[in-house]
Design a protein around this ligand. Structure first.
Ligand SMILES: [Zn+2]
Length: 159
């Protein structure tokens, strides 16, 4: 079997950032998959699962309720390596197109208090595996290291 595109990304030089992972054309519609990389692969500790899981619940809720982006949101979920997330939006998009909504999502998560959406036995496959404090640590890091002032090399995959 052929190696898939996401396994050809050079993870050695990959920084925390916002990258176009792929674009898929379905009929006339383009879907853009973004790599939202929170930690530096194999150099920084990956995120722990309870924090990743809580960000999944928070940001999926946020994107799917957003006045502008709800209709464009196809998917949001974590990478198995726990170094980031994928978000799929309808449209032929660039990282700078989604920077404002990512900043909003980070700030919303950072100020979130109360019950994590969907974190109940009825709604989630492992609802006890959530940690809002840890989620906020990761969101704060992504906000400061990436979203505040992304450098050009944090918006395009390394060669
Ligand atoms: Zn869950």
């Amino acid at each position: 079997m052929e190696k898939i595109a996401s396994f050809t990304v050079n993870h050695l030089d990959l920084l925390p950032g916002i990258y176009v992972s792929r674009r898929d054309y379905i009929g006339k519609e383009c879907l853009t998959t973004f790599d939202l990389r929170f930690t530096r692969p194999n150099l920084e500790a990956p995120m722990d699962n309870p924090g990743v899981h809580t960000i999944e619940h928070l940001w999926a809720t946020f994107f799917r309720n957003h006045k502008e982006w709800a209709d464009k949101t196809v998917y949001f979920g974590p990478m198995g390596c726990r170094t980031g997330f994928y978000v799929i939006f309808a449209g032929e998009l660039e990282p700078t197109d989604i920077l404002p909504v990512l900043r909003e999502a980070a700030d919303w998560g950072l100020s979130f208090e109360g019950e994590i959406p969907g974190a109940t036995a009825r709604d989630c496959g492992n609802y006890l595996d959530n940690n809002l404090t840890l989620a906020k640590i990761y969101l704060k890091k992504y906000r400061e290291e990436v979203l505040d002032h992304p450098k050009p090399e944090q918006l395009i995959y390394p060669e």
